[in-house]
Design a protein around this ligand. Structure first.
Ligand SMILES: Cc1cc2nc3c(=O)[nH]c(=O)nc-3n(C[C@H](O)[C@H](O)[C@H](O)COP(=O)(O)OP(=O)(O)OC[C@H]3O[C@@H](n4cnc5c(N)ncnc54)[C@H](O)[C@@H]3O)c2cc1C
Length: 469
């Protein structure tokens, strides 16, 4: 209640008084929840428990850099790497918490080509050429992650293969055929698997899925081990990383920018905003591009018999229904998440109970042989969903660059847009020189206040649009 009052009355007032610097320091010191209300903050995250982070210092004094990146997730670290690749050095990354604290250290670990926007809808709305260029980029994004793992020799449990599993509920043979047809036309054909073949690959209950699309060009990994490996590399290359250093505010100053953090200010020629769904209202026009939904996951105890669950080693996501996604970890646990985790209230206990029930019920349905298996970890994160399930990236003024809006399909995309933004910075361009330059996103009202309602509305619209896919 107190935070609600502060958020709805005191915060807008402070903003109006243009008391930005003072407010930022005050709020981030005494009410970090206001800077970002994270109901998953105290959760037990499998990735954090199984990867070793070497902490970086806070920013304590004023400094100058050529480029400052806000956000220490996949977008931020991949941007630093791509900037180095185009010859730009003197880079700092500032992260409010620690590297991998956001969605990048909480996700399903599925490295998939494509986008959350269904390929059929992309083709219908934007044409085949647009869809092909986007999918070509997405496979480059996947390849970039794998190349980075191999080149930097990062031990992050990389495994190949993915199956898009067709839920019986709402299964539509015609729409699967048109999806396969478009994928083939744009040069990204996938292999159709019958119900029997799919269930044999997954080790699930006979007939549980109606069919599956097998992607041999997809992978899964431990995302936090990957990020920590990338972080080590960047530090060795001379990139400065400051943890526990929130960007409170930034302002134009002569030919550059002044970036405010609680203990020191940074001067930079350019700023790259890589906070995605955790950026909050730092830049209001970016916050209007998406609604936030919550998504959560669990990890079981190590499986008693590892051969009868996911014997093919692939990762999986469902195309409809509860939209569960799952895979087996290197230490033979089942990680599973997804479903209807949008909750109308903010009670963390309620949310956690809901997640565990949902995942336990899904395990019992899909893999009855391990129904009731104890759960060791429960965690979750936020996903920023745009109106067209497609991302945004670019710059308005050539000083501030941004990327985000991956709509829950971000591992490949962080590597696509960071590479294109690094090129844009190098060439002093405002655009990414990619098909997304022509996209516009429906602006979402309320700066987050109505996200629950907008998300429910979006789901309703989605169920109508699915009829045309
Ligand atoms: C539960 C879950 C499962 C998912 N599963 C998958 C999956 O299997 N495959 C897939 O492709 N995608 C998945 N996603 C989406 C994917 O994880 C994200 O799209 C991707 O990680 C976004 O990376 P990012 O670096 O842009 O943002 P983040 O990883 O969220 O990082 C942003 C960082 O910016 C920091 N930050 C924000 N504002 C400030 C500020 N003012 N000052 C300093 N720091 C700031 C935050 O603290 C945060 O650490 C999933 C997401 C969730 C939540």
């Amino acid at each position: 209640m107190a935070f609600w009052l502060i958020g709805h009355i005191a915060d807008p007032l402070l903003r109006k008084l243009a008391w930005k610097k003072l407010k930022g320091i005050f709020v981030s010191k005494f009410w970090p929840q206001l800077v970002y209300d994270d109901i998953f903050a105290s959760d037990k995250n499998y990735y954090r428990a199984t990867a070793a982070n070497k902490p970086c210092p806070r920013l304590e004094t004023d400094k100058s850099y050529d480029i400052v990146i806000v956000g220490g997730g996949l977008s931020g670290l991949a941007t630093a790497k791509h900037l180095l690749n185009v010859g730009i050095k003197n880079i700092a990354i500032i992260e409010r918490h620690f590297v991998g604290w956001g969605a990048s250290g909480r996700n399903g670990g599925e490295i998939l080509p494509g986008f959350t926007a269904p390929v059929t809808r992309m083709a219908r709305r934007y044409g085949l050429e647009f869809t092909k260029s986007m999918w070509d980029l997405s496979t480059k994004g996947v390849a970039d992650v794998v190349k980075t793992i191999n080149e930097l020799d990062i031990d992050c449990d990389l495994r190949p293969g993915y199956v898009l599993a067709m839920e019986p509920e709402g299964y539509n043979q015609k729409s699967v055929e048109s999806e396969l047809d478009i994928l083939e036309k744009i040069g990204h054909a996938k292999t159709f698997k019958s119900s029997q073949q799919t269930c044999a690959m997954l080790g699930c209950k006979d007939g549980y899925y109606k069919a599956g699309l097998h992607y041999t060009d997809a992978f899964h990994f431990h995302p936090l081990k990957y990020l920590y490996g990338l972080k080590d590399y960047l530090l060795k290359q001379g990139v400065s990383i400051y943890e526990e250093t929130p960007c409170i505010h930034f302002e134009n100053e002569n030919d550059g920018l002044n970036i405010l953090t609680p203990k020191g200010n940074l001067r930079a020629r350019k700023l790259v905003l890589c906070g995605d769904s955790y950026l909050g209202t730092l830049v209001p026009h970016l916050r209007r591009k998406y609604v936030l939904i919550r998504n959560a996951m669990i990890a079981t105890e190590p499986l008693p018999d590892t051969d009868n669950i996911l014997p093919s080693g692939v990762c999986v996501s469902e195309n409809k229904g509860k939209l569960m996604y799952y895979r087996k970890t290197a230490d033979n646990r089942l990680i599973i998440g997804g479903g209807d985790t949008i909750r109308p209230n903010n009670d963390p206990k309620d949310t956690r109970k809901h997640i565990v029930e949902l995942c336990q019920n899904s395990i019992a349905d899909i893999f009855p042989q391990i129904a009731g298996i104890p759960i060791s970890y429960v965690w979750g994160g936020y996903i920023g969903i745009t109106s067209n399930y497609l991302p945004y990236a670019g710059s308005k003024d050539g000083k501030i660059y941004y990327m985000g809006g991956y709509s829950g399909h971000g591992v490949n995309q962080t590597h696509i847009w960071s590479a294109l933004i690094a090129n844009a910075i190098k060439n002093e361009n405002l655009k990414t020189a990619s098909p997304i330059d022509r996209l516009s996103h429906l602006p979402m009202p309320g700066l987050g206040d109505y996200d629950n309602y907008l998300a429910q509305l979006g789901m309703l619209a989605e169920s109508v649009m699915e009829k045309f896919d």
